[in-house]
Design a protein around this ligand. Structure first.
Ligand SMILES: [Zn+2]
Ligand SMILES: [Zn+2]
Length: 346
């Protein structure tokens, strides 16, 4: 039978609660006052750089050196090399999201262990293309997501190749570029908070962000499964490098982090088991963002730069935080359909 309900109706997935990690969710002390430089550095090392940050940096180095057209070719806007960048991004996203999906959802190698939502991905929901959540998500990721990712990346590369925007080189500014490498992660999550808050303004939600939120129960392909209009906004993350001097490597890292890491954070599993022996696991899904998909009115940003804490929208997973969120929703509700911050509350 075809399920005609909007995705997540009836508690937005809360009724299908599965695995819950230890709460309260911890966040980076980067915004704490008085400043905590040592704890902040420790947080930047782990979990920001270890294990995944280092992987994205290594992959960016590989991509820049071996899978990017030469600056000479990129000096002239030509469909051929832009297509090469697009196809390279498609292959990379397919490898990351496809591998996670295959292991966790097709082979179901670890069954429901560490899975946030007890349901599997929908194959009968009419709000998804072909009533199939996975196929729908793959379509939006590969056609629109990788497309706009390639457009922003290619235009930035073209601008570098023509000295339209400022750039620096590793041999003369290695310390600056090393700091900028970590800065990519901090900028990306800060930009994510800002663009995400905008997307929860009712007009933007109704015209764009609703598409991503059909995924109450997320899978790896839900990561950058977004409306094309949201992709246009989401990938403005590249535009900082039009004013701040950087390097093509930094641009590629920005693309990889924003294009690929959402596949991991939306995987739907808190941890992925490694090998046959139980107990050996690595971090995967982001419970912080999962709560945003489940409850909608909280956790717009991310843990490395927890701006939600400043604005009172942080949900740390505890019953107390949940009660605060519900009270906030009651306080802000001006009419039955719209909250005071402009968010749709369907
Ligand atoms: Zn949202
Ligand atoms: Zn999401």
């Amino acid at each position: 039978m075809v399920d005609t309900r909007p995705a997540g109706q009836g508690g937005r997935g809360a009724e299908a609660k599965g695995y819950e990690p230890n709460v309260p969710i911890t966040t980076s002390p980067i915004l704490d006052w008085p400043p905590k430089p040592l704890s902040t550095l420790r947080y930047l090392l782990k979990p920001v750089m270890l294990p995944y940050g280092i992987c994205w940096v290594a992959l960016a180095a590989l991509v820049w050196n071996f899978f990017t057209p030469s600056m000479q070719r990129m000096a002239t806007l030509q469909p051929r090399w832009i297509l090469e960048i697009y196809l390279r991004n498609v292959v990379l996203l397919t490898l990351v999201a496809g591998a996670l999906h295959w292991v966790l959802y097709q082979r179901r190698a670890q069954a429901q262990r560490y899975k946030y939502n007890r349901r599997w991905l929908s194959t009968t929901n009419r709000s998804f293309l072909w009533t199939n959540q996975t196929r729908d998500n793959i379509f939006w990721c590969l056609v629109s997501g990788c497309g706009f990712w390639a457009v922003y990346e290619s235009l930035t590369m073209w601008a570098y190749a023509n000295d339209i925007i400022p750039s620096v080189q590793w041999d003369s500014a290695w310390l600056y570029l090393s700091a900028l490498t970590v800065g990519v992660f901090l900028w990306s999550v800060t930009h994510f908070y800002l663009n995400h808050r905008l997307l929860h303004v009712r007009w933007f939600y109704d015209h764009a962000h609703y598409l991503h939120h059909r995924n109450v129960n997320t899978g790896p392909w839900s990561g950058i499964s977004m409306h094309p209009f949201e992709h246009v906004i989401y990938f403005t993350v590249f535009l900082l490098w039009w004013v701040v001097p950087a390097h093509p490597f930094i641009v590629i890292l920005t693309g990889l982090f924003n294009g690929l890491s959402p596949a991991v954070s939306h995987s739907g599993f808190d941890r992925v088991e490694l090998g046959k022996r139980r107990g050996r696991t690595t971090a995967a899904g982001d419970y912080f963002h999962h709560l945003h998909h489940r409850y909608f009115e909280c956790n717009y940003g991310n843990r490395p730069v927890p701006i939600d804490k400043l604005f009172g929208t942080f949900h740390d997973g505890t019953p107390e935080a949940h009660a605060r969120m519900k009270q906030r929703m009651r306080d802000r509700r001006g009419n039955p359909n719209t909250s005071a911050n402009g968010s749709a509350t369907r």
